[in-house]
Design a protein around this ligand. Structure first.
Ligand SMILES: [Zn+2]
Length: 312
């Protein structure tokens, strides 16, 4: 599972980002022969011919850095991958999730400087929320070993404590403090409709990732979730000029889903879904790493990078 890439020019390095050279190393580390194309992966899973040592590559969020940096590397190796796209990036709505991330990564000397400023804007009630959730924090540390304590506390406040409005309010306050102008960022951060068509025509598989990328999709009602995925499917199909029945894969935004999500996806004809972690110890009711066709486990590239470094 890949997200951000950097080239030191247009796309600056940020938390968890890698460059083209590192992607090449990673592919060599996994072994080209162990990487199968998205379509083959799909047919292996749906025909129950799944092989444990065969993997596929996936990209989430429709980021321009994937298009500029990773796509040429895929071409070099002749690999076809999955691209999971949330469709609000093609609409007029501002995509605050990535804008906020960009702000955190590029307006401060380091991420902790951002956290310091952010934590200075929250009240005592928020602080006691964190101390009441020590167990939750430990669980997240176990599930996501690449997050720091501050990473986790920030995400908990953002996703579980602050309302969306309150979170936005704080972030916009910080924009002002740092004189940050986000209007022009969109083109730099996201692929456009032409880019998506290009990716599709190169033979990669385009899949769903919700419309607006809620950080906690499982908290939405059935109709809200349905709207997210229906709209997502419609917009993507229109852009790649295909019947929407051609879209058969997806990944869960932030790994968040529940039984409603799975039944909505079934209804929409989705045959293959990916989550974002490999371990199942803290996942409700999961007995297998790949729990179902719609819950296939992925490993974050940063985890693989760590293993590579240990063995190097
Ligand atoms: Zn995502």
């Amino acid at each position: 599972m890949f997200h951000h890439f950097h080239d030191g020019k247009l796309h600056k390095a940020s938390q968890g980002s890698i460059n083209a050279k590192e992607l090449r190393y990673l592919i060599d580390y996994i072994g080209r022969k162990n990487i199968i194309n998205s379509e083959e992966f799909y047919s292996k899973v749906t025909n129950k011919e799944f092989q444990e040592n065969k993997v596929c590559i996936s990209f989430d969020d429709g980021l321009k850095s994937q298009f500029d940096i990773a796509l040429p590397v895929l071409k070099e190796f002749d690999i076809k991958a999955f691209f999971f796209i949330y469709s609000s990036i093609f609409t007029e709505e501002t995509n605050l999730l990535e804008v906020f991330r960009y702000f955190r990564s590029h307006t401060f000397h380091n991420i902790n400087e951002f956290y310091e400023l952010f934590f200075s804007r929250i009240d005592n009630e928020a602080k006691s929320f964190l101390s009441k959730n020590i167990n939750e924090i430990e669980t997240i540390k176990f599930k996501f070993p690449f997050y720091s304590q501050a990473d986790i506390e920030f995400r908990l406040l953002r996703d579980k404590y602050l309302s969306e409005e309150k979170y936005k309010e704080i972030m916009f306050e910080l924009f002002k403090i740092k004189n940050f102008d986000y209007e022009e960022l969109k083109e730099l951060l996201f692929i456009n409709a032409e880019d998506l068509k290009t990716i599709y025509k190169l033979g990669h598989t385009i899949g769903l990732h919700s419309h607006s990328h809620p950080t906690c999709l499982e908290d939405l009602s059935y109709p809200e979730q349905e709207k997210e995925y229906k709209l997502n499917k419609k917009i993507l199909a229109e852009i790649i000029e295909q019947d929407s029945s051609q879209i058969i894969a997806m990944s869960h935004p932030c790994g968040s889903y529940n039984q409603d999500t799975l039944s909505i996806l079934e209804k929409l004809g989705i045959k293959l879904g990916f989550k974002q972690i490999m371990n199942i110890e803290h996942e409700k009711g999961m007995k297998r790493v790949n729990n179902s066709r719609l819950e296939i486990a992925r490993i974050d590239h940063s985890e693989l990078m760590k293993r590579m470094k240990i063995q190097a």
